[in-house]
Design a protein around this ligand. Structure first.
Ligand SMILES: NC(=O)c1ccc[n+]([C@@H]2O[C@H](COP(=O)([O-])OP(=O)(O)OC[C@H]3O[C@@H](n4cnc5c(N)ncnc54)[C@H](O)[C@@H]3O)[C@@H](O)[C@H]2O)c1
Ligand SMILES: C[C@@H](O)[C@H](N)C(=O)O
Length: 369
């Protein structure tokens, strides 16, 4: 079925006229009414819904959104998962299910979408990633901090289950780098990391105070062959494959011995959906580390040489992203995720990752010819 963008796109806002908030501007007895879809803590502080049926995904046109939407649609039905982004979708994406154009800063439009479509769960993916955030600090604050505030507030007021990915970027230079535990020092020195820590703490606060069903996973770097990464410090681990296949050469922006925690996209998607749909009773905490593989650029390139071409050449030209990578974990301890809700990534070696990435990119290139 083709879902028409124009039917779902919020074109204008006739419903809510702003009322001046100076008491002088109001005649005595004037009642200030918010628009019909704005609610304030409709639900008791402890009530949490047991299931989710209709889900809104924000920032859904990035590296992870379409994959998460497709997997969730296979469980909830195509028409019950609403993809949204500030960007416009391509025609293929429009064919797969409903799409709404939403800016995460426009709280009223999001709340209207939630209300009109009877949304009961949100997966909030809108973000400015670490490297891009250091280049555009105001944008990072606006999207990562104000955006998270908006969506958490809506989830609280409408009793929505909400999943927001955190990141290994929430850790900082003073955090232990190997097998980093769930609970440890968190003093990140990037705007991206600071926003993630704030989001985690606000979600946990609303969970304790208002009963919000807030869930978050601290992802490592996610590696995918058919969707490009959006401006992060771990992007090299995707770019290197395309460069190898296209020109047998890659200049890496990190030093050769920079180990970082990583995960293949299929594991990220399947485990995220498992976590999002898990009964709340299975979860003993709101935020969990998840991890799968750890490698350095040199290790990755040696494996590419082995599996793709011995002629593949890598050179190193570290830039501002090196400073970010130096503050992040080489690996994270995810034992609590494994024991509480059975987190179980399937792709856990550098050689199996390389073989998977090469086959996905080659297949895609063939298809696009
Ligand atoms: N990909 C990774 O390696 C990784 C690792 C750790 C955590 N995460 C987290 O997972 C989530 C999704 O990551 P991703 O890799 O898909 O990111 P991405 O950068 O690829 O996509 C983010 C999306 O957000 C959208 N966006 C930006 N500004 C917006 C706005 N004002 N309103 C609405 N949408 C807006 C962008 O258009 C983009 O499509 C993010 O929270 C990210 O921090 C990702
Ligand atoms: C790790 C993660 O959050 C993202 N891939 C980034 O590098 O910014």
């Amino acid at each position: 079925m083709l879902y028409e963008l124009s039917k779902l796109r919020i074109l204008k806002f006739p419903i809510h006229r702003s009322i001046p908030f100076s008491s002088n501007a109001l005649s005595p007895g004037t009642e200030i009414r918010p628009p019909f879809y704005v609610s304030k803590n409709l639900f008791s502080t402890t009530r949490q819904q047991q299931t989710v049926n209709r889900v809104l995904i924000t920032g859904g046109l990035g590296q992870l959104g379409r994959g998460i939407a497709s997997s969730l649609r296979s469980k909830l039905g195509d028409s019950n998962v609403f993809l949204s982004d500030i960007k416009d979708p391509d025609s293929e994406t429009l064919k797969q299910g409903p799409f709404v154009r939403l800016d995460i800063i426009d709280k009223e439009s999001i709340e209207k979408t939630v209300f009109e479509n009877k949304i009961d769960g949100v997966i909030h993916l809108s973000a400015i990633l670490s490297a891009l955030g250091e280049k555009h600090p105001q944008k990072a604050i606006e999207v990562n901090i104000r955006g998270a505030e908006n969506i958490l507030d809506i989830a609280k007021n409408h009793n929505l289950r909400i999943f927001i990915p955190s990141s290994m970027g929430a850790f900082g230079p003073s955090t232990v780098k190997d097998s980093t535990p769930d609970l440890t020092i968190m003093r990140p020195n990037t705007l991206y990391g600071i926003a993630k820590v704030y989001m985690e703490l606000m979600g946990e606060y609303y969970n304790q105070k208002n009963g919000l069903d807030f869930r978050s996973l601290r992802y490592p770097g996610i590696i995918s062959g058919d969707t490009p990464p959006g401006g992060g410090t771990t992007d090299y681990a995707v770019d290197i494959f395309h460069a190898a296949i296209e020109k047998n050469q890659y200049t890496c922006f990190l030093k050769k011995d920079t180990y970082l925690a990583m995960m293949y996209v299929d594991d990220c998607i399947s485990e995220t959906i498992k976590f999002f749909l898990a009964p709340r009773e299975q979860l003993s905490q709101c935020v969990y580390n998840v991890d799968a593989i750890s490698f350095s650029p040199e290790e990755l390139s040696n494996e590419i040489k082995k599996q793709w071409s011995p002629e593949f050449e890598i050179s190193y030209k570290p830039d501002y992203r090196q400073k970010i990578a130096d503050t992040w974990p080489r690996s994270m301890c995810d034992s609590k995720a494994r024991s509480d809700w059975n987190f179980y990534p399937k792709l856990t070696s550098t050689s199996s990752l390389v073989s998977k990435m090469l086959s996905v990119i080659k297949r895609r290139n063939e298809y696009e010819k």
